[in-house]
Design a protein around this ligand. Structure first.
Ligand code: CP
Ligand code: NVA
Length: 314
């Protein structure tokens, strides 16, 4: 059956099959080639896209904006102080108003329930640009980068070091389960993800051949890693936890010693960015040949474009 994602929202990778995710990655690669060839498209011509940001963003905002313009859509940035949402108007009403005017809505903010409510009431595709719980568009960029380096995803050993219960860890775990990776979280037990999510990922993993593991010893965890991933120790909205996290997560810093402990020359380093150098990653690893973080950042554009084209495109 040909894959058709028209009209669908993109709220969490849980809602997508392995085949649908593979399709989005192939479309991303095709759109990347097209962009490199300098071909302007019209796959989103005539579409109006709302970009709601309760939290700041560089990559996600710019990727949505440029992707819209590359394919002929009009992006409208709506910052947290620009609209009534969260001040004078509830989510349900905002959703219905925006759905009458826009063809698609991106939302970045705190609660996953808000992006879900927007999708429920707007009547148009809604895309999750990050919530406290998930960051699904980032995973597409991460996986495209892994594919570019290793030719595929199945069987890749991806080790995530750091805050094992944030939006990135949750979403990498779901994506890995769906796409057959060997995913390891190296983190103190107090920062492992919620058991309900772990169980549902393990159930998916049983079907795809993926494995999901948790380890407290970072050096042991990274042995044989194809990719080491990290993220900030305190996510947006939890800046007050930084001191506590430094104490807990210093043994999980991605530094030259940890990279060497993989025992592999070809291990790559990934980070969703923005990075706090000297905390979760050292400057030398960040700037090393192994670091693919700027390919990964560029891939945000191609993958976000693919999500919009697939769900909204002409
Ligand atoms: N990786 C990512 O989502 O970056 P921004 O916060 O800059 O959008
Ligand atoms: N976990 C980070 C990801 C940023 C892209 C945060 O939520 O701040």
């Amino acid at each position: 059956m040909p894959i058709n994602l028209k009209g669908r929202s993109f709220l969490t990778l849980k809602d997508f099959t392995s085949e649908e995710i593979a399709y989005l990655l192939q479309l991303s690669a095709d759109l990347k080639t097209k962009k490199r060839m300098g071909i302007r498209g019209n796959l989103l011509a005539g579409k109006n896209v709302a970009l709601i940001f309760e939290k700041p963003s560089t990559r996600t905002r710019c990727a949505f904006t440029v992707a819209c313009i590359d394919e002929g859509a009009h992006p409208e940035y709506l910052g947290k102080n620009d609209i009534q949402l969260g001040h004078k108007e509830d989510v349900k009403d905002t959703a219905r108003v925006l759905g009458r005017m826009f063809d698609g809505i991106e939302f970045r903010g705190f609660k996953q329930s808000v992006v879900e409510e927007l999708a429920c009431y707007s009547g148009v595709p809604v895309w999750n640009g990050l919530t406290d719980t998930y960051h699904p568009t980032q995973i597409l960029a991460d996986f495209l980068t892994i594919q570019e380096n290793f030719g595929g995803l199945k069987g890749i050993r991806l080790v995530y070091c750091g805050d094992g219960r944030n939006n990135m860890a949750n979403s990498l775990m779901i994506g890995s389960a769906k796409m057959g990776l060997h995913f390891v979280i190296a983190a103190p037990r107090s920062l492992w993800p919620e058991s309900e999510l772990v169980e549902s990922c393990k159930e998916i993993a049983r079907e795809t051949g993926a494995t999901i593991e948790f380890m407290e010893d970072a050096i042991a965890a990274v042995k044989g890693a194809d990719a080491i991933y990290t993220d900030v120790w305190a996510s947006m909205g939890e800046e007050d936890k930084m001191a506590e996290r430094v104490a807990l997560l210093s043994p999980y810093q991605v530094n030259a010693r940890l990279m060497a402990a993989t025992g592999k020359e070809e291990t790559i380093f990934l980070h969703c960015l923005p990075a706090v150098k000297g905390k979760e990653v050292t400057e030398d690893v960040f700037e090393s040949r192994s670091s693919k973080v700027f390919d990964e950042a560029e891939n945000r554009l191609h993958t976000i474009k693919a999500v919009m084209v697939a769900t909204l495109g002409n």
